[in-house]
Design a protein. Sequence first.
Length: 234
Amino acid sequence: MARRLLRPLSRTLLSPLSSFTKKLIPHQQPYLSFETRTYVSEMRKSAFEGNLLRLLRNEIHYELEHSPPSQPVPEFNSFTVDERQGEQWIRLSRKFGENEEIKVEVTMFDGSLPIKKPCKIGTEEEVTLHITLIVDIYKGEGNEVLEFVCSAWPDSIEIRKIFMRSHDQMAGQPYMGPGFKGLDDELQESLYEFLEARGIDDDLAAFLHEYMKNKDKTEFIRWMGTVKTFIEKK
């Protein structure tokens, strides 16, 4: 009786295909076929991409539902606005007087400055956003350009640099002029008035901040849509 019980038990313990042995020695498990591994991999990929697409669709829907961007404004005062869809900057242009042409290249928000505001428990820190403007002024058929590099804060324009350059290209090592803050105060004031006469003023700064807030949202939604379309491709 004992022998009859031991034989089947020994076969079970020694069999390489027994569940007990397979748990102890996983490397002896039969390999999955190439087709099975490919199928499992495709299923995992499909599930991952499906979840990613769901998240993108939800985010796009949320943005469009709760705070949809408005149509970009094509003009401001005497400036024509070139929206530059899909890019990180816009261009403004206008004529001034009989022989001046003004072009302004404007970045999206590219910096910030911390500020402290009073609150009920003391002060709290916020940030004010910064936009860079490059103002080019051309006169007649000449080859020279007077260029201002400015910062646009939410309600003001700040001149950072002024220099002359060639219409065609920059020189190898151009003299960039003195630091603006190092100029005589009266000269600084006159240069601000020079720009203000051409529409580069605090009102333009306020307009650009609102415009770029809208562009930032528009480009974000466009970016998500582009990513979604790419992932959906087979």
